[in-house]
Write a protein that binds this ligand. Structure first.
Ligand SMILES: CC(=O)N[C@H]1[C@@H](OP(=O)(O)OP(=O)(O)OC[C@H]2O[C@@H](n3ccc(=O)[nH]c3=O)[C@H](O)[C@@H]2O)O[C@H](CO)[C@@H](O)[C@@H]1O
Ligand SMILES: C=C(OP(=O)(O)O)C(=O)O
Length: 509
């Protein structure tokens, strides 16, 4: 683009931004870039890709730059290629969103290292920016710095962004320390059937948070001086409910015991983060957490969330389904070892290096090399459990692996109402999948995959499973509307291309 053209576009961006009443920092947070980059764009000193122009149009909802308004993103996959080489696992969506919410616990600055740059994180950042938190990507866009304002502007919360994710629910725990009353829009996210919020409300009620659900939002009111008189027993061993209880306990003046807590990976990351804030926690990695709260937290904090076990499982499944030898580096082994034990039983040939620590110094990582293997169906059904057990989000990947194995596998996704149903989409690519009931499928392998054109199912993991099957199917497949994948994976297409896949991204304009 010529300088003159860049300056004209820069001027249009500034006008549209000011018209929207957004600061450069808020636009930067929405784009996942730095405030200084937005400043350069507006001055015409930054080369702009069409993709960036499209995203700015979307972020500012602006007619002026609507030439590139970002339509839905799709993938075109040239399948049937083997993968090779090595790929690093990135940090997890689920720790990322919890830590963004947890940043509100301190009045100081929070630095999060190598946060996953994914749509789910962007939605929470939009919500945080709308209530006054300043977000800045530093260190070449790898790290995120969050500075809360002296007073949060909760009435200005970006409802549209909040409604696109369920993670926004995790603002309940931190916000109850910041405001006596607030409203939070009903959380959205993937279409996985009904997902209860009752365990969250029951746990937080014990700290004085009363929530009425009316007119599309939760009205929260905090009654001062209420304290859990005895251990909080969670009614479900859920991950985000445990995180909400932890964040409520972190600034509670006293010691809180949380029983039936989830010891899962994102909860552990949150515990390590809270420890950096000076909150003492006993029992990390177990189902009983004892939290020594600190009513006032004012320190700066610097934390590096750990790698994503579900991304590791996704990459492993990519290797299996394409019969490839692939090294997956930085695998948080504690959270994948049951899956690996089952896969070993199915005949998976793999090696792992000795363990080494993640950047947080706590999580144990290995590099995993997977080799082409003749797999047979497992004798027992595959079903998830709250940690420790096969991770609930890893179950869909067993579907595509079972399709590559000899014999019949039963998969029982008891957790979500809809997710097993989406696995029947694999039949479009040639798999033999029979739905027994809404929670159970039978998969008969091995599969002769064939290319197809289809829309993503409205759930993250089943959508990725479709993409992996397309990698295996010879010929050209098209996967439409991949926002749902971008919600949880950073640059997945580009990164798969770096190990031998051929995936092209395109958009409707
Ligand atoms: C942002 C985040 O961290 N999201 C994760 C988190 O969501 P989150 O913690 O929000 O999960 P939910 O509360 O929706 O729980 C998942 C489902 O499991 C059921 N359930 C859960 C625990 C239990 O002991 N009994 C029970 O029946 C719930 O009723 C629900 O239907 O945990 C889920 C389950 O690991 C994961 O799929 C999500 O990726
Ligand atoms: C169900 C999932 O996440 P969320 O809680 O963000 O919907 C997932 O990660 O597969």
């Amino acid at each position: 683009m010529s300088d003159d053209y860049l300056q004209r576009i820069g001027g249009l961006i500034r006008t549209a931004r000011e018209h929207k009443g957004k600061t450069q920092g808020q636009l930067a947070a929405a784009l996942g870039t730095s405030q200084s980059a937005v400043n350069r764009m507006e001055k015409g000193q930054q080369n702009l890709t069409l993709e960036m122009v499209a995203r700015i149009g979307e972020a500012l909802d602006s007619e002026i730059v609507s030439i590139g308004y970002a339509g839905p993103m799709h993938l075109r996959v040239d399948g049937g290629r083997q993968l090779s080489g090595a790929i690093d696992v990135r940090t997890s969506k689920n720790a990322g969103v919890a830590l963004l919410c947890a940043s509100l616990l301190t009045t100081g600055r929070t630095t999060l290292r190598q946060v996953a740059r994914i749509e789910e994180v962007y939605r929470i950042l939009e919500v945080l920016a709308s209530i006054g938190v300043k977000a800045r990507w530093t260190n070449d866009g790898r790290d995120l710095e969050l500075t809360p304002p002296a007073r949060l502007d909760l009435d200005s919360m970006d409802e549209a962004a909040a409604k696109r994710t369920r993670s926004v629910l995790m603002l309940l725990g931190p916000l109850m320390h910041r405001a006596e009353q607030f409203r939070l829009p009903y959380a959205g996210g993937c279409d996985l059937g009904t997902r209860t919020v009752q365990p969250h409300l029951a746990a937080l009620r014990q700290f004085g948070l009363e929530v009425a659900a009316t007119d599309g939002s939760y009205h929260a009111r905090v009654e001062a001086g209420v304290s859990p008189g005895r251990p909080i027993v969670l009614t479900e061993r859920g991950d985000t409910v445990t995180e909400n209880a932890l964040m409520a306990a972190a600034r509670h003046d006293g010691v809180t015991v949380i029983r039936n807590a989830s010891p899962n990976y994102m909860v552990q990351d949150l515990c390590f983060f809270l420890e950096q804030l000076g909150v003492k926690i006993e029992g990390i990695g177990t189902t009983t957490l004892t939290v020594h709260g600190r009513p006032d937290i004012t320190c700066d904090v610097d934390y590096a969330p750990a790698e994503d076990p579900v991304e590791a499982m996704s990459l492993l499944a990519a290797a299996v389904v394409t019969s490839s030898e692939l090294t997956i580096r930085r695998v948080p082994i504690e959270f994948l070892e049951i899956e690996l034990a089952v896969l070993e039983g199915m005949g998976l040939d793999h090696d792992r290096t000795p363990e080494y620590p993640a950047r947080n110094g706590r999580t144990r990582l290995v590099d995993l090399t997977v080799r082409p293997s003749k797999l047979t169906a497992p004798i027992d059904r595959i079903h998830p459990m709250p940690f420790p057990g096969i991770n609930i989000d890893n179950v869909p990947f067993f579907a595509v692996i079972a399709a590559a194995a000899h014999g019949t596998t039963q998969i029982n996704d008891w957790v979500y109402d809809n997710r097993a149903i989406y696995l029947t989409d694999l039949t479009r690519l040639g798999a033999d999948v029979t739905l027994l009931d809404p929670h159970r499928v039978l998969i008969q392998g091995p599969t002769r995959w064939r290319a197809a054109e289809t829309v993503c199912p409205p759930a993250l993991r089943p959508a990725v499973v479709m993409l992996l099957a397309m990698l295996a199917a010879e010929g050209t497949s098209v996967l439409r509307n991949v926002y749902v994948i971008n919600r949880g994976y950073e640059d997945l297409a580009e990164r798969l291309n770096s190990i031998g896949a051929s995936i092209e991204t395109f958009r409707d304009i």
